[in-house]
Design a protein around this ligand. Structure first.
Ligand SMILES: NC(=O)C1=CN([C@@H]2O[C@H](COP(=O)(O)OP(=O)(O)OC[C@H]3O[C@@H](n4cnc5c(N)ncnc54)[C@H](O)[C@@H]3O)[C@@H](O)[C@H]2O)C=CC1
Ligand SMILES: O=C(CO)COP(=O)(O)O
Length: 341
């Protein structure tokens, strides 16, 4: 599976893989840089020629403004060229575009190579987890997920970051984690694919809630209460899907909640902030929690899982209730034992 490429900036170490990254937005570009630094030969697929040209110039101003893209990444808008001979594929489109992206990529992904899902979300129309979409779209490729507290700009700048790589096969997860790790990217491994996916998908919904709490001026105490009780909902939904509780206590659950519920650098938090401040929402950058909130609320209702914060976020986003009404409803719910998970 490995090949030593000896020419120019694309030279790779003997242990380097040919890694294809699908999606040249903020996270795809950051991960392409991380893979390059880990010694891999990287091809980055962008749908538009403009992004390819920008990356060739050493920048991606639309998605990672102000960050220099090191030479060595081969950008292309030719999907066949991006995937030809790949040892590993990273899918880094938005969650709602994954199915379409894999349909385009499908015939070009070499059989048997791992497909690593790097998006965070649940498919709005079907309720499918991204691993289910991947296993359906590419049945001949083992599926993994990379998740955890990791802002694209931090990773692109090479700041120290820890993530988790999960696959149903723990040996595959460990191999991917070892191959992806580099000086400033520490990858833990896990065999709890579903737990890692659910943590990454649902934290976005709570990040919107956290932004809204801040934007509406409800105070730091409300913020802490919301994140804590949100975590309870995450654990309930995770349990219903068979996730291990310790996974949700890890980087892809608690870790990413801590990051994105406390920083306006998070696009989901920023979306909630604008919502709480009554500012316009149109034109804001991708906030994966928006489509995920509605479907997560539906899944919770169908499975009779108590998830009042997720339901409140979905109802606010649908314009069915105001933030004030949602807070009143949450505060006046029947009292209960805290440990009643
Ligand atoms: N930006 C971040 O800090 C992080 C993002 N993520 C996750 O990664 C996913 C992608 O996020 P970003 O890259 O930040 O979004 P982005 O909005 O910066 O970029 C999305 C990219 O996907 C491309 N795209 C959309 N549909 C496509 C398709 N069908 N085929 C090929 N490319 C397609 C777009 O052209 C764009 O370049 C999201 O699920 C997000 O939650 C995860 C960790 C960190
Ligand atoms: O998932 C992320 C960091 O771990 C990025 O969060 P946002 O999509 O909210 O910016």
């Amino acid at each position: 599976m490995t090949e030593v490429v000896t020419s120019g900036a694309q030279a790779k170490t003997p242990s380097g893989w040919r890694v294809a990254v699908l999606g040249a937005g903020a996270w795809g570009t950051a991960l392409a840089l991380a893979m390059l630094r880990a010694g891999h030969f990287v091809r980055l697929y962008a749908r538009d020629a403009e992004t390819v040209a920008a990356i060739d110039r050493g920048e991606n101003p639309r998605y990672l403004p102000g960050i220099a893209i090191e030479p060595g990444i081969v950008a292309t808008n030719d999907i066949a060229a991006a995937l030809s001979g790949a040892d590993c594929v990273l899918a880094v489109t938005p969650a709602q575009s994954l199915r379409a992206a894999l349909a385009t990529a499908g015939g070009h992904v070499p059989n048997g190579v791992p497909l690593v899902l790097c998006a965070k979300g649940i498919e709005r129309d079907t309720g499918a987890l991204l691993s289910a979409i991947a296993e359906e779209s590419l049945p001949n490729n083992p599926v993994a997920a990379l998740s955890g507290p990791s802002f694209a700009s931090d990773v692109a700048r090479g700041l120290p970051t820890a993530v988790v790589v999960a696959a149903r096969n723990g040996d595959l997860a460990a191999e991917l984690a070892a191959r992806f790790s580099a000086e400033n990217l520490r990858c833990y491994s896990s065999d709890d694919l579903i737990g890692v996916e659910i943590g990454g998908a649902l934290k976005n919904v709570f990040a919107i809630a956290a932004g809204a709490v801040t934007g509406a001026g409800l105070g730091a105490s409300a913020q802490a209460a919301m994140v804590t009780r949100g975590f309870v909902e995450l654990r309930r939904i995770g349990a219903a899907f068979g996730a291990k509780p310790e996974t949700l206590m890890g980087l892809s659950g608690l870790g990413d909640l801590l990051l994105t519920c406390s920083s306006a650098q998070s696009r989901n938090f920023a979306y909630g902030l604008a919502l709480g401040q009554g500012k316009p929402l149109a034109g804001l950058p991708l906030a994966e929690g928006v489509p995920t909130a509605g479907i997560a609320a539906r899944i919770a209702a169908e499975r009779q899982i108590e998830a009042p914060i997720i339901s409140a976020v979905a109802a606010i986003l649908d314009g069915k209730v105001t933030i004030g009404q949602a807070v009143t409803a949450l505060m006046t719910r029947p009292l209960k034992t805290e440990t009643d998970i």
